[in-house]
Design a protein around this ligand. Structure first.
Ligand code: ASP
Length: 324
């Protein structure tokens, strides 16, 4: 029986029992009433359009899973955003290849990597989670699956992204830019009114990466991890560095050990720094939320922030950083 149904049922049973005894016990009745949680939507960077979309859904009773999916889709469709979805910067051979994953409160996960020609990789990832016996599909197989599921095949390379890529080809200098466009991968965590948490992460990866490169964002535990008993975390920045410490899983495990979301993000960033002497050359940022809706964030270089939607208010909060 679903938790909600069970609680509603037990409330009714308790009321009926109390009345039939001739003893109406209002305190007992109140204890059995379902407690609604105040929902929260939080995302990496100043993606307030995405958190607003997800947050409004949550306040209208949507599940955390539906909210994260629909929330990050806003950025997947945003053609001005060259770091996520349609309009994303291509690899060095001119291919737009997308990575995304999603996790539900039951701990199930779906992921797609190196997916081309599909505007909403997060929704394909959800289909992988819900319609296949697998967690991750890659490349051509992921594309075939998406088409079978009714997704439309389209060209995702915008004229602007193509022009920027052709410019890059002139000297082919591969140097990932820190805080590109003041945003990057979108990772989102939502807590719904039932107190359940889900997460999603979606990206076009690093601009001008090698053909075939996959970053941290679709890797469960690296770019995203949600444990509905504890909370969730998601990452942005240099995927190669995040993967080495399985960053988002690390943040959630640190929260499990009793750290606040803020302390957990700080420790995970410090781990990354300790393991890589070249940390000044790249950005890594984490956000985390625990089951109480408390949020933390930390990054290497300043400039990272997180968007939040809470009680009708949309905000952007600068993250504390290791390098000031
Ligand atoms: N983490 C992403 C990747 O490595 C990119 C980013 O967030 O900057 O693909």
């Amino acid at each position: 029986m679903k938790r909600r149904k069970f609680i509603e049922k037990s409330t009714l049973t308790m009321t009926a029992l109390s009345l039939s005894n001739g003893l109406f016990q209002p305190r007992l009745f109140a204890m059995n009433q379902k407690t609604k949680i105040t929902p929260v939507a939080v995302a990496t960077w100043n993606f307030q359009n995405a958190t607003k979309k997800a947050g409004e859904m949550l306040y209208n009773g949507a599940t955390a899973l539906d909210a994260v999916e629909q929330g990050v889709r806003v950025e997947e469709s945003n053609l001005k955003n060259t770091t996520v979805g349609n309009g994303g910067a291509p690899d060095r051979d001119g291919n737009v290849t997308l990575d995304a994953c999603i996790m539900n409160p039951e701990g199930n996960a779906g992921s797609v990597v190196y997916l081309q020609h599909i505007e909403h990789p997060v929704s394909v990832a959800r289909k992988v989670m819900e319609e296949t016996p697998h967690v991750m599909l890659a490349g051509e197989g992921a594309l075939q699956f998406a088409i079978q599921q009714g997704f439309k095949k389209q060209d995702l390379l915008t004229p602007e992204s193509e022009e920027a890529w052709k410019e890059w080809l002139k000297d082919r200098n591969y140097k990932p830019i820190i805080n590109i466009e003041k945003h990057d991968t979108i990772g989102m965590l939502c807590l719904d009114e039932n107190g359940d948490m889900a997460g999603a992460c979606t990206t076009s990866g690093l601009a001008y990466k090698m053909n075939g490169r996959v970053g941290d964002s679709p890797i469960i535990g690296a770019g995203l991890f949600v444990d509905n008993e504890i909370g969730g975390a998601t990452a942005t920045g240099m995927g190669e560095a995040v993967m080495k410490s399985v960053g988002s899983f690390l943040v959630v495990e640190l929260m499990r050990q009793g750290k606040t979301p803020q302390q957990a993000c700080e420790e995970a960033v410090m781990r990354t720094i300790k393991k890589d002497p070249k940390y000044k050359d790249f950005q890594v940022g984490f956000i985390a939320m625990n089951k109480q809706g408390e949020i933390g964030s930390y990054c290497i270089h300043k400039g990272f922030s997180y968007a939040k939607f809470y009680k009708g208010e949309s905000t952007d909060t600068p993250s504390d950083s290791y390098l000031k």
